[in-house]
Design a binder for this molecule. Sequence first.
Ligand SMILES: Cc1ncc(COP(=O)(O)O)c(C=O)c1O
Length: 504
Amino acid sequence: MTADVNVREEAKGADRQQPPDRVVRFDLPDWVPGWARDAPKISVTPPGPRSREIVKMDKEYVSHAYDRVFTFTIERAAGAAVADVDGNVYIDWTSGIAVMNAGWGHPGVVEAIKSQSEKLIHSFANDIYFDKEAELAKILSDISFSGKLRGTFFGNSGAEAVGAAAKLASYSTKKFEFLSFYGAYHGRVGNALNFTSKLKYRFGYGPLNNTIFAPYAYCYRCPFKMEYPSCDLYCMHFMEEQVMNLGGGTGSLAAVVVEPVQGEGGYIVPPDTFMPFLRKFCDKNGALLIADEVQSGLGRTGRIWASEWTNTMPDILVAGKAVGGGIPLGAIIARPEIMKKWRPGAHSSTFGGNAIQMAAGIAHINAILTERLPERAIGAGEYIMKRLREMQERWDIIGDVRGRGLMIGVEFVKDRKTKEPLDLTQMQVKCFKKGLLTLTAGTYGNVMRIAPPLIISTEFIDRGLEIFESVVKEIQTELRNPPAAAAPAAPGQASGDLQQPATS
Ligand SMILES: Cc1ncc(COP(=O)(O)O)c(C=O)c1O
């Protein structure tokens, strides 16, 4: 049996209820090269000499606005492994921020980019029809609520797509206000920044207007100190009754913009009643529901779109990150009657429908579908969460383990009762030095994201978890037994190897 068949057979079973102790094992696909199979391999303490040279040049010439998480220099990546220019190989738990869902260097995507670039790179699709643009738009429609969403606009990034969604919502409803959520991240430009809640990202850019914010259903840190389900989703009633009336709105609500699983906010899975509540709320208020699936989409949560988990069809669905298979691409897919309201010329982008974007996007989505990666994400995700919950019993700095598919968050606290957040800068440095790449999230930077490529193998998961637990153990031991005279390190200056927590 080839690894591929093996994967498909196992993935088929992954969606079914498994007896609790049955472990579904996954292999790396056959195409993953040998060097990317035996990660981690740390031959030079990172950052090595070549990395340091490049970092030095970068710091002189590249804008410091990019607050790089790791100061090593990436050279290549394959499957679920990333290599630096000094020959170190890391296990990847990030997918390059939820982008490389079918694995780094998937041969279908590589071949599509190669052959497309020999024929045509810039499709000039603003003014001329292009076959692959129509093809990708059809594929996106087919996988979006069985074709009920139909009508796609292509742009170049997640934030640009969020902006397009906002324009379409305003244009079609003739209303101008939006409701977004505490902890929301929708990007950094235009309306996307308006909808992004965190002070860190908004700082220095006022006035940012047209958006009112309501609490997300973040049950682990419920602002009302209630518990689900006995709260009866109080946060949503609060939104409906208080925020909408007293929160500074103007009664011109065009749309609710929501991440069905909050990403940057802390990999928060809301209760299953949350999205359906919003659907009804929008219908009652003549507003549109915009689901931002930039991070949660394309199989990451075990469904093509996370909104499918609660069968909540948005009016406009926003895709980014994984939709281009590593090539910059953003898209909105809307209900046809809404998309039709845009007159020709109502919105545009020079590179929208670009040939390389389209070819890569088609190949990546094909890989996700034919290799049944959403089902695989469920199986792998259940396995990881089971292991993490066992870890939670051993280490009390693990406050919460949550997730769907391979969108898993582990929230760390200094104290389980007070839930005082534990900064994860040190943990990230330690994992990185041992050969495991991780990203953090959350309002307090205290949530570890586990978002590996969906083709990750059980062996890589086990190796990663082993590193992770050894670091959790070190951090908890240091926290509970601080060295007598040690001065606390400032976040981001822990070792000089890591600067800031992850940011998108
Ligand atoms: C949910 C969500 N929306 C939008 C964006 C913005 O995407 P981009 O960085 O491609 O502009 C991100 C990026 O992390 C995201 O997670």
